[in-house]
Design a protein around this ligand. Structure first.
Ligand SMILES: Cc1cc2nc3c(=O)[nH]c(=O)nc-3n(C[C@H](O)[C@H](O)[C@H](O)COP(=O)(O)OP(=O)(O)OC[C@H]3O[C@@H](n4cnc5c(N)ncnc54)[C@H](O)[C@@H]3O)c2cc1C
Length: 456
């Protein structure tokens, strides 16, 4: 019998598997798709390097950097280019830079005079009770503390860029726990953030988070982990049933139409919530999972478009641009991919990655590549002055892209927690539990590997 079987070969399951194996444990990772890494996947075509899913890994803490070094990927590491430090938000149909200094904050056309005043008054606004705060949406929180303008032209596009979600539905406590803790501990976001920074300085834990990628793209990370796992990673293998027999876990998966079985002392589940619910679980586990609410996963299309540089008059001097839901363009935003990292487009060309769909536009989920391209090109003509047609195009569609931490998230997480308590050795991780950023899923894998190598 194995020490553990890990369901799901996304970055969380792969990280957990690799770290547990390094501790000498006998583990297997079972992944449904033919490639490891979930949405983390890079496509190379000529001199274009396209990220099919995530484009950047925001390093959440120093450990992730040492993890990358341990995997031998330091020489592959790419920092974002200095030009990418600017970010744009669309206002009145034009990309407007996000202010990065107090002077810019005063003069920016992004917010109205009243909006700017709302921001300045934030430290003096009253807190609400912890109880009310626990279920407050991102939109209610931001309107209450910073005013409507800040919600519409800062948070709404930001939420679209991160979650492809709706700030009126996401619960702050789950979606952006740090913002909630700032208010709880500092009485205000601004005071809380200052207090937090001072504390980190005092304790020597200050760390400047930064976005990175790799010369061969982010896909090299899951590929490297997969190589380390060797024949302990089962690809093209869909888990269909899990049974608890005496003190062991029996896992059944399908590969090439054939059923395979494995037995392990511990079971790790790093699957999306809808995949967890689809599995045939043994009697004691199935009812609470069935009864718990669904998490919503909106569809997102990631359309990579290449152009001759002179086709776009805009400087493309930034990370990209985000579209607030109040504005008329259809796209959620576009990353200026070739401004972000070197080696994304051939000499004299540029690469833009346009995101379409999300919670905002479920009606676009099933659109053809041609239609999506039409929408993207039309918006790019208006927003950055694009002329002519793309010289390169690649579309990746994610029908269930990112879990939404709405009011259903709390009961869902409670269900998983109570199952973990009832069945020692059962662990849930990944982005339907521990945060939706790639960095959070890596840390989720680390957390689970630590549980596997101790007696929990
Ligand atoms: C388009 C897009 C853009 C993104 N951009 C960014 C970004 O720029 N930066 C960032 O930090 N994050 C980004 N994210 C989010 C981030 O990529 C994910 O949250 C993270 O990779 C999730 O990893 P995970 O291991 O938790 O889950 P997943 O990667 O979803 O892993 C779950 C795995 O389980 C497998 N599976 C499902 N059912 C079964 C079954 N029955 N049996 C076996 N295996 C099964 C799936 O195939 C999948 O590989 C983006 C996501 C998407 C979709």
């Amino acid at each position: 019998m194995q020490d553990a079987i890990i369901l799901g070969g996304g970055i969380s399951g792969l990280t957990a598997g690799y770290l547990a194996q390094k501790e000498g444990l006998d583990v297997s990772v079972i992944e449904k798709r033919t490639e490891p890494g979930g949405p983390i996947s890079t496509h190379k075509e000529g001199d274009y390097l396209v990220e099919r899913g995530p484009n950047s890994l925001l390093l959440p803490e120093p450990w992730v950097e040492s993890f990358i070094a341990e995997l031998g990927l330091t020489n592959q590491l790419q920092e974002t280019k200095p030009i990418a430090s600017k970010r744009y938000i669309i206002k009145n149909g034009r990309p407007v830079p996000v202010p990065t200094s107090p002077l810019q904050a005063i003069t920016t056309p992004l917010f109205s005079f009243v909006g700017k005043l709302g921001f300045l008054l934030e430290p003096f606004r009253k807190q609400i009770s912890n109880r009310a705060g626990a279920t407050e949406t991102v939109a209610d929180f931001v309107s209450r503390r910073m005013g409507r303008d800040f919600l519409d032209y800062a948070i709404d596009p930001f939420v679209s860029g991160v979650y492809a979600g709706d700030p009126h539905k996401l619960i702050l406590e789950h979606a952006f726990p740090i913002m909630r803790s700032f208010e709880r501990e500092g009485g205000s976001i601004i005071r809380g953030a200052i207090k937090h920074k001072k504390k980190q300085k005092r304790e020597g834990t200050a760390y400047k988070k930064r976005s990175i990628s790799f010369k061969e793209g982010l896909g090299i990370l899951p590929k490297t982990l997969a190589r380390k796992l060797g024949n302990r990673l089962w690809l093209d293998s869909e888990v269909v049933a899990v049974n608890r027999i005496d003190n062991a876990w029996q896992v059944t998966w399908k590969r090439d139409g054939e059923n395979f079985e494995g037995f392990a002392k511990k079971l790790v589940v790093c699957l999306p919530s809808h995949a967890i619910k689809r599995i045939a679980w043994s009697e004691a586990i199935a009812p609470p999972l069935k009864a718990s609410p669904n998490l919503e996963y909106p569809a997102v299309h990631s359309l990579a478009l290449g152009f001759k540089r002179e086709q776009i008059p805009h400087l493309l001097d930034g990370f990209g641009m985000l579209v607030p839901s109040k504005e008329s363009p259809t796209i959620l935003g576009a990353l200026f991919s070739s401004s972000l990292y070197d080696g994304r487009a051939p000499e004299g060309h540029c690469l833009l990655t346009v995101m379409i769909g999300g919670i905002r536009r479920p009606d676009l989920a099933a659109l053809s590549k041609e239609k999506l391209e039409e929408i993207a090109l039309n918006d790019l003509r208006n927003l950055v002055g694009l002329e002519g047609s793309p010289t390169f195009s690649h579309c990746s569609s994610w029908p269930r892209a990112i879990p939404q931490y709405t009011q259903n998230f709390s009961p869902w997480k409670e269900t998983l927690k109570s199952l973990e308590l009832e069945f020692p050795g059962l662990h849930f991780g990944g982005n339907c539990v521990d945060g939706i950023a790639m960095g959070s899923s890596i840390l989720s894998g680390k957390r689970i590997a630590a549980c596997l190598s101790t007696n929990t």
